[in-house]
Design a protein around this ligand. Structure first.
Ligand SMILES: Cc1cc2nc3c(=O)[nH]c(=O)nc-3n(C[C@H](O)[C@H](O)[C@H](O)COP(=O)(O)OP(=O)(O)OC[C@H]3O[C@@H](n4cnc5c(N)ncnc54)[C@H](O)[C@@H]3O)c2cc1C
Length: 489
């Protein structure tokens, strides 16, 4: 059953990919239908690239939004990776396109009288807006690529990313509609205006409408307790004061929500955290949070009664109730939080599944939920392997990392093949384990669940590699469309 859901997610992904390529090529179709004299191939390619890239740019606003249903099927990390990859492809198209023009864009004039600046209309307003958008796009994408190296806070980067992208979209729209050879036609100009409006609405929706709706359903901090070294559990409960309904948060064990402490209306200060509780614990919703920066370093001091807003649930790190395969869980550090949510959900459902948990940490003080895990062994068919990098003297558990040696020595091959795997932890750990499972243990991709806490563009392994291939397939589709457009004359 779980395989079926994941396969249907894959089918949905393929369908969405096709829809994306078709939608991005639509401006080419509308341009191709216009009755215009053919130009040399490289000029058509230049115009075509600009048309496709502008459609992709506007689509990025929708892709970077939050889609509960979609993230529940194909995962937020996958959506974000696709967003990041396509941003690089559209940047390449935009950067290249002005250099391809050999003729003035739709200008019928004696070529000898025109220098290159005039051809590109750089001395006109649409040329100037195009040039600014061209440069600004480069900066926006570059700053996203080197975000981890910037000394800016995540929030400052996020504001600059949203504002920069909006600037590029508005200036790009002006340039496209007023300088474009094809986009000045009423039909295509109308399409661009509607698409720009949708992009702006998507931005407003996530930054302002969602927070406004959340205000109707506030939570308050019921308790904060230290769970392990530099790691805290925050229990929330619905805040029903002031006539709020306290409606139930309909989440599945393993999902995450965006967590925002009171404050201004915008969503800039939100942070994503996995629920570590399971739905049956309602009206309590718990998060286990590790100190990792500006916001999380202060989480242990969050006073009881503080108002919190949640936007969720999101994510597809979830189990299917009818799945009876053995379950092998690999958790590193605070990656144990959504894994604990899954375990609590299985316990609450009286699951009979065979479960083997490998919990990895650097030292003993970081081990999460040790007491509850040993209690769980009474109600679940659960075996726990604690793995420490720096074990104390006399440590009887495993030493080192969760790696091939450990998994091969503990799990027979038929179990490794038959099991469902759930992996959550630091990015390097997820990448290494997904690669091990897929390449060496030959586990089918549909048998692996994973949740990434950090969306890194450079990731190539496991699920990231799969989405890289999907994004490459979309790029090939777009390039084919562009070639057909350029050669149509
Ligand atoms: C789906 C998901 C589930 C997560 N679940 C948990 C969990 O259960 N427990 C836990 O301790 N951590 C979890 N995290 C990680 C957590 O969101 C970050 O550690 C936290 O946001 C860091 O914020 P900071 O201001 O303290 O640190 P900063 O120094 O500001 O950020 C450190 C890094 O965290 C990431 N980050 C910061 N803010 C955000 C944000 N608003 N959105 C996305 N990424 C951000 C960035 O990569 C940043 O470089 C999860 C992350 C994701 C994406």
């Amino acid at each position: 059953m779980s395989q079926r859901i994941i396969r249907s997610g894959v089918g949905l992904g393929a369908g969405l990919l096709l829809a994306y390529v078709a939608l991005m090529l639509m401006p080419l179709l509308l341009a191709g239908m216009q009755d215009r004299a053919p130009r040399p191939v490289r000029d058509e390619l230049a115009s075509g690239m600009a048309l496709v890239a502008f459609a992709m740019l506007l689509a990025e606003f929708v892709l970077s939004g939050r889609h509960k249903g979609l993230s529940g099927r194909i995962g937020m990390d996958s959506i974000m990776r696709f967003h990041q990859f396509m941003a690089h492809v559209l940047l390449a198209f935009i950067l290249i396109h002005p250099f391809l023009y050999s003729l003035p864009m739709g200008v019928v004039a004696p070529l000898g009288d025109l220098d290159r600046e005039t051809w590109l209309q750089l001395t006109t307003w649409p040329g100037i807006t195009g040039l600014i958008a061209w440069l600004a796009l480069f900066i926006v994408v570059l700053m996203a690529a080197v975000r981890d190296q910037l000394s800016w806070s995540y929030e400052a980067w996020r504001i600059s990313h949203a504002v920069g992208a909006l600037l590029v979209a508005v200036l790009g729209w002006h340039h496209t509609v007023w300088a474009g050879r094809y986009s000045g036609e009423p039909l295509l100009a109308g399409v661009w205006t509607i698409a720009l409006a949708i992009a702006v609405i998507a931005l407003i929706h996530v930054h302002w409408v969602t927070p406004l709706l959340q205000r109707r359903r506030p939570y308050r901090v019921a308790a904060v307790r230290q769970e392990a070294d530099r790691t805290w559990t925050v229990d929330l409960e619905p805040d029903t004061d002031g006539g709020h309904s306290g409606a139930r948060l309909e989440y599945k064990a393993g999902q995450f929500a965006w967590f925002k402490v009171g404050g201004p209306l915008g969503r800039i200060t939100e942070h994503p955290f996995s629920m570590s509780s399971a739905p049956a614990q309602w009206p309590l919703v718990s998060f286990t949070i590790k100190e990792a920066g500006d916001f999380t370093d202060r989480i242990g001091q969050l006073p009881e009664g503080t108002q919190v807003y949640l936007d969720g649930p999101y994510g597809n790190f979830t189990l299917d109730a009818d799945d009876n395969r053995p379950l092998i869980m690999l958790a590193g550090g605070v990656g144990m939080a959504p894994v604990m949510s899954l375990l609590r959900g299985l316990r609450d459902a009286g699951s009979k599944r065979r479960i083997i948990l490998f919990q990895a940490n650097r030292h003993e003080g970081q081990i999460l939920y040790a007491g509850e895990l040993s209690d769980m062994a009474n109600s679940l068919d659960l075996r726990v392997h604690q793995v420490l990098q720096e074990p104390p003297e006399g440590w009887s558990g495993e030493r080192g990392f969760i790696d091939r040696r450990l998994l091969e020595s503990t799990l027979p091959e038929d179990l490794r093949q038959a099991a469902q795997w759930a992996v959550c932890g630091p990015p390097a750990m997820i990448d290494a384990l997904e690669t091990l499972l897929l390449r060496d243990f030959r586990v089918h991709r549909s048998g692996i669940l994973s949740e990434h806490f950090h969306y890194r563009f450079g990731d190539r392994a496991g699920k990231a590699g799969h989405f890289l291939r999907a994004a490459l397939a979309a790029t090939v589709g777009l390039l084919l469309g562009l070639i057909l457009f350029a050669l149509r004359g």
